[in-house]
Design a protein around this ligand. Structure first.
Ligand code: GTP
Ligand code: MG
Length: 322
């Protein structure tokens, strides 16, 4: 039977359909390809972002070269000594009450920057001893477990490298006995609340405290983005009996990319009365730690304010604060 209706399949329509199918097929392939490329690029970017995030604000931190933010030996200059006289008088460290603070002559006025610092580490690693040494207090020779939280304020004047401005750092250390921390669940959140820095302590004479660092960092630094994280090796004066080698430290820094400081928390020389600790000598022993801390705190503030970009560098041998 013949029909007047135009045939459904003509060579023209077949050609058109073939072209259409080919175009669709190519388009599909193109779409798939571009989709795959897009997702691959995205994954790459995501990976980069994650790495930057982890390095810049998460567990891994930006690594600063000592002296890149502040002038490290400024406290030895005549101008620095003038500022230092606000925290040392007649070679004695000054101690400040709750509503007191260092007083400077009007012509050398400086801003004060306040920070909360949580000191973390296994029992007897030297947390209380370190804070005492930084504050110019008598370092306890025997270990007495810290019960509860002990806060100590330390003032430290620094000169910023870029603006040449002097700033007084008010560092409030939160030291908590490890036993208390484990016993009461509310202590760790209280110590971490609004903290600007966490110091992870290990002892050079206690290998287990060093091996425990990764565990400690991930436990304590959890959800602590934008907080400065610094590792401090204590009992460095006992170097001859060290259980942790320089190689271990280099390996650790390669993996974790965290700043590392060394601390000798032992009482320094005393003044002529044979009793009072020599404040200037005590500060000279700890200036590298106070400078390192101040430098990272200031840099973190600048990062948060978007004034600088994260400086991710590989730690170098000479980039250790000694
Ligand atoms: N030689 C030397 N001894 C240190 C140093 N740091 C701490 N110590 C000694 O190690 C012991 C324990 O130090 P603490 O500071 O009390 O330990 P902690 O970490 O506060 O311990 P908990 O409060 O129990 O968590 C004390 O006898 C200190 O004198 C150091 O740098 N050098
Ligand atoms: Mg203690």
């Amino acid at each position: 039977m013949k029909s007047d209706a135009p045939p459904i399949w003509t060579w023209k329509s077949r050609l058109r359909d073939a072209v259409l199918i080919l175009a669709l097929y190519l388009g599909e392939v193109g779409f798939c390809l571009s989709y795959k490329l897009y997702t691959a690029r995205d994954c790459l970017n995501l990976g980069r972002l994650c790495v930057a995030e982890r390095r810049g604000s998460g567990v891994m931190a930006a690594f600063l070269m000592p002296g890149s933010v502040i002038i490290t030996d400024w406290h030895r200059s005549s101008e620095g000594k003038e500022f230092l006289s606000s925290i040392v008088r007649k070679n004695k460290r000054k101690f400040f009450g709750l509503i007191e603070r260092p007083v400077l002559p009007p012509q050398v006025a400086a801003d004060t920057a306040c920070y909360k610092i949580f000191v973390s580490g296994k029992s007897s690693v030297g947390k209380t001893a370190m804070v005492a040494k930084l504050a110019g207090l008598e370092v306890p020779v025997v270990h007495h477990e810290t019960t509860g939280i002990q806060t100590t304020t330390v003032y430290w004047p620094v000169k910023l490298r870029d603006t040449e401005r002097a700033v007084i750092f008010k560092l409030q250390f939160w030291d908590c006995g490890e036993a208390t921390l484990k016993k009461f669940d509310h202590i760790l959140p209280a110590c971490k609340e609004k903290a600007d820095a966490i110091l992870f302590l290990f002892s050079f004479t206690d290998r287990s405290s060093f091996d425990d660092l990764p565990n400690q960092i991930s436990r304590v630094a959890e959800e602590s983005e934008h907080i400065v994280k610094i590792v401090i090796g204590t009992k460095f004066d006992q170097y001859m009996h060290a259980d942790v080698t320089e190689r271990d430290l280099a390996e650790f820094q390669r993996t974790w990319r965290l700043p590392l400081l060394r601390m000798k928390s032992v009482n320094g020389p005393r003044l002529s009365d044979g009793q009072t600790l020599d404040g200037r000598a005590g500060l000279a022993d700890v200036s590298h730690v106070l400078n390192g801390l101040a430098e990272h705190l200031w840099h973190q503030d600048q990062l948060m304010a978007g004034l600088v970009v994260p400086a991710i560098q590989a730690p170098k041998e000479d980039s250790l604060y000694l």
